[in-house]
Write a protein that binds this ligand. Structure first.
Ligand code: MN
Length: 361
């Protein structure tokens, strides 16, 4: 459907009056009558070029990543991931999601050599900007960077935020087993802080070095390994002094904070006991000031309430993890969650606008 067609449909539905379900404002099945403006912040896509390059990479035997897998190009999953129009918008409409903040499927371009990774990042960001231009009221997007070349990655952050007007940066966790607390990556943080680009630190499979205990029972993927990897990565950042060097840097982590809200007091206690000298403040202080978490794929009241109590409503954003989790389930869950309407508005909309500078949607 064209934007014009969509607007016409919207207008028509409005005229139809009571009982009509507006695109983008559909009531969640079994949910409330609430009419929140809903921004979903961890919504996944891939491009034909990245898919093809990943397939070639795996086939070439160059795969030094643990257990990288790829579904067939004609599978439902890959079709969903590469659909930047009709199917994606239809899913958003039926769930009542107004805006998806798009980011490239993990591990993205971080597996490739520098030249290929850098080129694919540029191309991906150009395509993403094109998608947003076609649907400026429905999509925002995070820039992909090839972290394996930190200087060029920093330049791409500048280009993506200024020329392409993207809304932040996605980094799919470790890069060939290296973590961002390593100072060779810090010019990425410097560039991101300077231009006020939040970095979404998204999980991927554990690095080769930590893979073995995850190698059975499907533990390496989104069941557990992804989150342990992202959690370890986040703790390395918290303990490394990154946030003393870049006090205005914002890191976004999904999956209700990748377990960290649960661990904060323990981190503080042991950092004090060990008299760790790498940081000036307590880990929990950096986490509260420099991290924002999202609900992606973790539609569960107990951990929402824990996170809400530990961090407050200003540090939590709604996310689905489309197409790996259900938009409809995510909306029905948060609509019915035991929080005030004011806090839900922050989680659905206000925080995402602030963190990702969303103004057109
Ligand atoms: Mn995800």
């Amino acid at each position: 459907m064209t934007d014009q067609g969509r607007r016409r449909l919207l207008k028509g539905a409005a005229i139809a009056g009571a009982g009509a379900v507006l695109p983008g404002f559909a009531r969640a099945q079994g949910g409330s009558d609430s009419d929140f403006y809903r921004i979903a912040t961890e919504e996944t896509f891939t491009t034909a070029e990245v898919y093809e390059a990943t397939a070639v990479y795996i086939k070439s035997g160059a795969d030094d990543e643990a257990g990288l897998g790829l579904p067939p190009a004609d599978s439902a999953l890959i079709r969903s991931l590469t659909d930047m129009g009709e199917g994606r918008l239809a899913d958003m409409d039926s769930a009542g999601i107004n805006v998806q903040v798009l980011s490239l499927w993990s591990p993205g371009v971080q597996i490739f050599d520098i030249a290929q990774g850098t080129e694919l990042a540029r191309e991906t960001n150009d395509q993403l900007a094109g998608t947003i231009r076609r649907h400026p009221d429905r999509f925002a997007g995070l820039a992909t960077i090839a972290t394996q070349a930190p200087e060029r990655a920093a330049q791409e952050i500048d280009r993506a935020m200024t020329t392409l007007r993207l809304n932040g940066v996605i980094i799919n966790s470790h890069t060939k087993g290296e973590y961002l607390d390593n100072r060779k990556f810090w010019e990425i943080f410097e560039a991101a802080q300077a231009i006020d680009a939040a970095i979404y630190l998204h999980p991927r499979k554990p690095s080769v070095e930590m893979f073995q205990p995850f190698s059975q029972y499907a533990m390496d993927g989104p069941m557990f390994g992804f989150h342990i990897d992202a959690s370890v990565h986040s703790v390395r950042l918290l303990l490394s002094g990154v946030f003393d060097a870049f006090p205005d840097l914002t890191i976004v982590v999904g999956h209700m904070g990748e377990g960290l809200p649960f661990w904060l007091k323990r981190l503080d206690d042991i950092v004090a006991r060990e008299d760790l000298q790498t940081i000036k403040r307590r880990p929990s202080e950096y986490f509260r000031d420099n991290f924002v978490i999202t609900t992606s794929a973790m539609f569960w009241d107990p951990i929402l309430m824990l996170s809400h109590e530990v961090l407050g409503a200003d540090r939590i954003m709604f996310g689905v993890d489309y197409p790996f989790a259900s938009s409809e389930e995510g909306v029905a869950w948060l609509d019915a969650a035991p929080l005030s309407e004011a806090d839900k508005k922050k989680i659905y909309e206000t925080n995402a606008r602030r963190v990702f500078n969303i103004v057109n949607a």
